[in-house]
Design a protein around this ligand. Sequence first.
Ligand SMILES: [Zn+2]
Length: 424
Amino acid sequence: MSVVDRFLRYVQIDTTSREGVDRVPSTEGQWDLARLLADELRTLGATNIRLSEHCMLQALLPANVDYDVPCVGLIAHLDTSPAVSGANVRPVVHRNYQGGDIVLPGDPTQVLSPARTPILETMIGDDIITSDGTTLLGSDDKAGIAAIMELVARLQADPAIPHGPIAVAFTADEEVGGGIDCFDIDAFGASFAYTVDGETLGEINDETWHARGATVTFTGVSAHPGKARGALVNPAYAMAHFLTLLPPGLRAEHTDGREGFVHPHAGSFDAERATVSLLLRDFTVDGLDLKERALRECAQAAAAAVPGTTVAIDVQEQYRNMREVLDAHPRIVAWALNAARRAGLEARTAPIRGGTDGARLTFRGLPCPNIFTGGHNFHSTTEFNSRRGLEKTTETLVHLVQVIAAAHAPGAASRPDSAVSAPR
Ligand SMILES: [Zn+2]
C-alpha cells in the first residue's frame, strides 16, 4: 500500500466537525476514522494504543536504538472543516499534470487554475489529487494522517531505520477549536512534537500570531426620535466614525506576509449602545501594542467627535506567538528543516497567519512546530494535494526520526549534523 492509497481511503470517511457543539468530538464520523486508524496501528505493531472518550487516538512506537533519545510526537487531526461538505468525498487523481486548468468532474464550475493557484505551475508531471468538485478533499488533515501512518508502516517494514521512541496522535475537532484542550499531554509521553498540518512542501511553521481581541462600546443617550432634538445622542454614529478612523493600511484585506492587522468582525447597536468586536494580530508584541494604541486613539477620537457619547475599550489576550517558546528550543525546528532538506526539498521557516493546535500545545509545555503536507486551498472545493506532496511529506518524516536519533547518538556532539541551526 502506498501513502497515496492510504490517503484516498481516509478522505472517503466523512469526519466533518461541527461548530457550536459542546462536546468533543462534535460529530460521530470522527470515531469511524479513529477506530480504523487504531486497528491499522495495531496491525503495524504500534503499542500502548489508546482512544480516549474524546476521540483522541494516541499510540507509541518503541525505540529501536540502544541509546537514549527523547520521545518525538507526531500529530495530525481527524476532522475536516465544516465550511464545505466533507460527506461522500470522491477523490480524483489527475495523472501526469501538464499545466492549464483542471475542471472538476462533479461540478464543472469548480476549476483549479494556475492563474489563481500559481503553485500548480511547479507541479508539472505530478499526479494532482482533488475532490470531484462537490465537496472538499480533506487533505487538511488526512494528508498528515496518511504520512504519519505510512511512516509507521515503513519503520515496521524496515527495522534498519534507526529511531528513538515515537508517539503518534490523531486528534478530534481541530477545525472548530477546543478539541486540543482534551488532549492528554502527559499520557502522550512526547518531549516535543510536530503537527503535520501545513501546506507548501519544505515550509516549517514556527510562528503564529500574537493575538488580542478588542471590544469597543460607545454609549449614547436614548430618546424618542420624535423628541430627539437636543436630547438624543445616537452611539451608532460614533461607532461608524470609529471604523472610518482606523488606518486603511491596517485592514486585514490590505495585509499579508508578516504584516499584522486590526479587523472588525462583529458588532451591534441599539438606541443606547453600539458595540464592535475587533481582532488585533501581529507577529511581534511591539507591533501588536502599536495596533492597540491606534485602536484606542481612534475610539477616543470617535467618541469626542460625537458629543455626549462615552467609550469603553476592553482588550483581552487571545493567544501568543509560539516562537516565543520555540526560540528557546532551536534544535526542534532545525531537525525538521534538516529532514526536509534530506528529502530533497527547499526547506525554510514561515509564519502562519493564524493559530494552531501546536501553538496551544507549545504553551502547555509541549513545543510543537508545524510541518507541511503538500496540500493547498484548504476548506474549499478546490482543495488539492499530489502524489509528490504526500510522498515528500512521508519521506521528510522518515528522515526526521533518523535525524533526531542521530543527534542523540553517542558522540553526536562532535558531528556536524547536531550543530545545525535554523536559518532566520
Ligand atoms: Zn488542518
